[in-house]
Design a protein around this ligand. Structure first.
Ligand SMILES: Nc1ncnc2c1ncn2[C@@H]1O[C@H](COP(=O)(O)OP(=O)(O)O)[C@@H](O)[C@H]1O
Ligand SMILES: [Mg+2]
Length: 139
């Protein structure tokens, strides 16, 4: 599914639609170049899920967990920008948690570990096009 996003308000709508469907056990793989909108989408998703804490980019800390009380879930926001490959992800214990019914993963630069991502991964690709952004969702 391809969506043309013309503003941050429209991005919030996309995030709200995705947030509504999340039940736990999902892995959302965010791809696209630097500045394409992966962190902005992650923030919009957390806002849609009712997280009021300040959401920062996990570029330096690799992973930030957020409690989602209204769904009784933990969302793990991950940024693999500084990571070389799957070994480092494994060392963090991340794959032990995915597919768990009470966790959701939102992974920026997920294409770095594409081969090791679970089968049920939803890919969300971000592109900048002239005056707007394009978001492509593939399951
Ligand atoms: N849908 C959008 N519409 C307008 N600006 C956007 C949109 N998505 C992201 N941006 C802007 O683009 C910049 C980079 O976005 P960011 O989410 O940090 O990219 P990434 O995490 O992919 O590197 C930010 O200043 C952000 O406000
Ligand atoms: Mg980012």
């Amino acid at each position: 599914m391809e969506i043309v996003v013309k503003s941050l308000t429209e991005l919030d709508k996309v995030a709200e639609n995705i947030a509504e469907k999340l039940q736990g056990g999902e892995v959302l793989a965010l791809t696209g170049t630097l500045g394409a909108g992966k962190t902005t989408f992650s923030k919009a998703l957390l806002k849609a899920l009712g997280v009021k804490d300040e959401v920062t980019s996990p570029t330096f800390v690799l992973m930030i967990p957020y409690e989602i009380p209204k769904k009784n879930l933990t969302l793990y926001h991950i940024d693999l920008y500084r990571i070389a490959g799957y070994k480092e992800v494994e060392a963090l214990g991340i794959p032990d948690l995915w597919n768990k019914k009470d966790s959701i993963f939102v992974i920026e630069w997920a294409d770095k570990i594409k081969r090791q991502l679970p089968k049920n991964t939803t890919y969300i690709h971000f592109e900048i096009e002239n005056e707007h952004r394009r978001v492509t969702i593939t399951k």
